[in-house]
Ligand binder design. Structure first.
Ligand code: PYL
Length: 296
């Protein structure tokens, strides 16, 4: 996972209204609408209406390489933009978690060097950023493409986001091909998919051939300048969760209105929407009881 820098994120929370307008032009949906699609929430109006009553806390974490200046504030700014009652805790780490729980937060978001997670403490459940980000960008591709059922989609980059993108694509009945500059990673992913979903996906021979023969692409690499203008034609749609952006400036220019890329917003919107489903489906964390009345 690429570690974000302050430079990557510092302007995000001030440009969310403009970003929403771009998302509506490209996908027909706002950031909240894409998050809802990622979480399988059909009624976006109901989600928007519920958001102000859902308190979410973002806790800065000092472990490992430490705090990224602006990270917690940016995540919080995205949540506030989506309508949630969100705040950044005054304390970091364990004290920050205690502050969040004491303040009645139903969802607590925090990231160390390895994982970015939304915690639903009352339900004992979590939402992982890599999986939610994949769901969000695949939902966006689905919206740009007018549906993915039966369509050929290429996933380039077979790390965690690429892996979960394959899961989301299979759920949408796409015909998936995968490729990675390390061929073994693509082969390993195909093996995992066969074992986990009993589904077969294609392993493309090499990135350039794959990019030249696919029009629907999820770019999930940690490399820059993977997709070039020569790979782009009038039917191309690209959803690019990979950091840094894997499209060359010329490719991005050709794809305006037909591509999605951001360092945090779509992933955070998907995390928040998936967390809302969890807390709404188990409001007080009451788990279904077994036939003899024991809590499962
Ligand atoms: C969650 C992002 C998405 C891409 N890379 C991931 C990353 O940068 N992870 C590190 C996040 C560290 C946050 C730091 C803080 O400010 O709380 N511990």
């Amino acid at each position: 996972m690429t570690r974000l820098t302050t430079q990557d994120i510092q302007d995000i929370r001030y440009q969310l209204n403009r970003y929403d307008r771009y998302l509506v032009s490209a996908t027909g949906r706002s950031l909240l609408g894409i998050g809802a699609a990622a979480a399988g929430i059909g009624d976006v109006t109901r989600l928007r209406g519920a958001a102000p009553s859902i308190r979410m806390a973002v806790v800065p974490i000092r472990s490992g390489l430490g705090i990224i200046s602006g990270f917690a504030e940016t995540v919080c700014g995205i949540l506030v933009h989506l309508g949630f009652d969100a705040f950044v805790t005054g304390y970091s780490d364990v004290s920050g978690f205690a502050e969040a729980v004491d303040a009645g937060a139903q969802v607590i978001l925090a990231a160390d060097d390895d994982r970015f997670v939304a915690f639903c403490p009352r339900q004992g459940k979590t939402v992982d950023n890599s999986r939610a980000t994949a769901a969000g960008f695949v939902a966006g591709l689905d919206l740009m493409a007018g549906g993915l059922d039966g369509k050929d989609v290429l996933v380039i980059g077979c790390g965690p986001v690429g892996r979960w993108s394959v899961e989301s694509l299979l759920m949408r009945k796409a015909r998936v091909s995968v490729v990675d500059r390390v061929a073994q990673k693509a082969a390993d992913l195909a093996g995992w998919v066969q074992g986990a979903f009993h589904s077969t996906i294609r392993v493309a021979p090499d990135p350039d051939t794959a990019l030249s023969t696919h029009r629907l692409i999820v770019e999930a690499t940690n490399a820059a300048e993977v997709i070039h203008a020569r790979h782009v034609n009038a039917d191309t749609r690209v959803s690019a969760p990979g950091m840094p952006c894997g499209l060359t400036p010329h490719a991005r220019e050709k794809l305006t209105g037909r591509m999605l890329h951001d360092p945090l917003p779509i992933g955070v919107a998907a995390m928040a929407s998936q967390a809302v489903r969890i807390i709404r489906e188990q409001p007080m964390g009451l788990k279904s009881t077994a036939s003899d009345g024991r809590s499962e």
